[in-house]
Write a protein that binds this ligand. Structure first.
Ligand code: BMA
Length: 365
């Protein structure tokens, strides 16, 4: 069924009118969507890890790196994760490194390297607060979104931030000049109120307008053809109403997702995952969007069997394209902040068993 849909999509892309011949080349974003649809159709789920090639529990890549071969995940199971997540936070101010100290040139080059390994790249964005000057977590004002929408006092200023983000996303190219497709996941976890674009910080209309403005700028004004747009509320207390309330619209979203972490028992986490997966799958009825668990994990992975008994059991029966666990911080004061194993970590063997399940997909090479 899905495969028929994918072939129909290719045909549609080929005949949609782009020029006088009536032929329009399939964009990198469309190719990625089709690729993921075929994967889901084959009942496969990619494993993803945030910042995988930038640093790990006890190492960090040097600035200006030429190759990207080190990975905690690879050190444990012999393969790179299928999905490689990174974050653009800091690009808005023209920083050389992002909010977690990753050099942007390294991020770009490693995204290309991962793409060439048969992997998929995704970017989130924790932009600073354009009104107060604070960070993404500065929720001291409810006027921030209003201030950056058209007519707002910070609109022009913020369009410069979008321009910086678009410059970066449009610069991820192979040596042949081929634009690398990315799953682009802005304005995430908006159903919570910890980011300035969150639930209690702006109205539904303002949130939707922010998404639309972001989409229009990147797709229409900048003509970026490599973005697969992912919508990802937080899983906490997620209801069908909450999932739907601020959904920007079928025309400007390609993928549904959610972010769900384990903070207490396995049972609570598994129930949260089931609830969020069911809410998302029900919302997707009649829509046919791609779906994913866009962020998840259990900080410090204290359960030696977490991968096979908790995570795998939670996701295996759902048609999701990927499940991504968060980063393995390397800073001395954040040694506890890791969501993938490294050699010797208590869940390392179980991760190997998880990664070798026939339906779990890692990068090809
Ligand atoms: C959070 C934590 C922070 C980090 C942020 C953006 O969940 O990992 O340390 O700065 O994500 O990556």
């Amino acid at each position: 069924m899905k495969r028929i849909f994918a072939i129909a999509a290719i045909a549609a892309a080929m005949v949609s009118c782009g020029d006088t011949t009536g032929y329009k080349e399939t964009t990198p974003a469309e190719k990625l969507v089709m690729h993921l649809e075929m994967l889901v159709d084959a009942d496969k789920i990619m494993y993803g890890h945030q910042d995988d090639l930038m640093y790990g529990h006890s190492w960090k890549i040097e600035d200006g790196a030429k190759e990207f071969v080190k990975s905690d995940v690879k050190d444990v199971c012999g393969a790179y994760p299928g999905v490689y997540g990174m974050d653009l936070g800091g690009i808005e101010l023209g920083w050389e490194a992002n909010l977690d100290k990753n050099d942007f040139d390294n991020m770009r080059a490693s995204a290309v390297a991962h793409h060439e390994r048969g992997g998929i790249v995704t970017f989130s964005w924790h932009p600073r607060n354009p009104l107060t000057g604070g960070d993404a977590w500065d929720v001291s004002s409810k006027e921030v979104v209003a201030s950056i929408l058209p007519g707002g006092e910070k609109h022009e200023y913020f369009m410069g931030w979008l321009s910086n983000a678009a410059d970066f996303l449009g610069s991820i190219k192979t040596a042949d000049g081929e634009l690398v497709p990315v799953i682009w996941r802005p304005w995430h976890e908006h159903t919570g109120s910890w980011f300035w674009w969150g639930q209690d910080l702006c109205t539904t209309e303002q949130y939707k307008a922010l998404w639309q403005m972001t989409y229009d700028y990147m797709e229409k004004e900048r003509g970026l053809e490599n973005l697969v747009w992912a919508y990802s509320p937080g899983a906490g207390g997620l209801t069908p109403e909450l999932f739907a309330e601020r959904y920007p619209g079928d025309g400007i979203v390609d993928m549904l997702g959610f972010d769900c972490y384990q903070y207490s028992t396995d049972e609570v986490y598994m129930a949260d995952m089931k609830n969020a997966l069911d809410v998302m799958a029900a919302f997707n009825q009649g829509r046919g969007k791609l779906m994913a668990v866009t962020e998840t994990g259990y900080e410090g992975i204290p359960n030696p069997q977490w991968w096979t008994k908790v995570l795998y059991e939670s996701v295996k029966d759902y048609p999701i394209a990927y499940v991504l666990t968060w980063r393995n911080a390397c800073d001395a004061h954040m040694q506890h902040h890791y969501y993938a194993p490294f050699p010797g970590q208590v869940s390392a063997d179980d991760f190997k068993a998880f990664a070798s399940q026939k339906d779990i997909v890692m990068a090809l090479f």
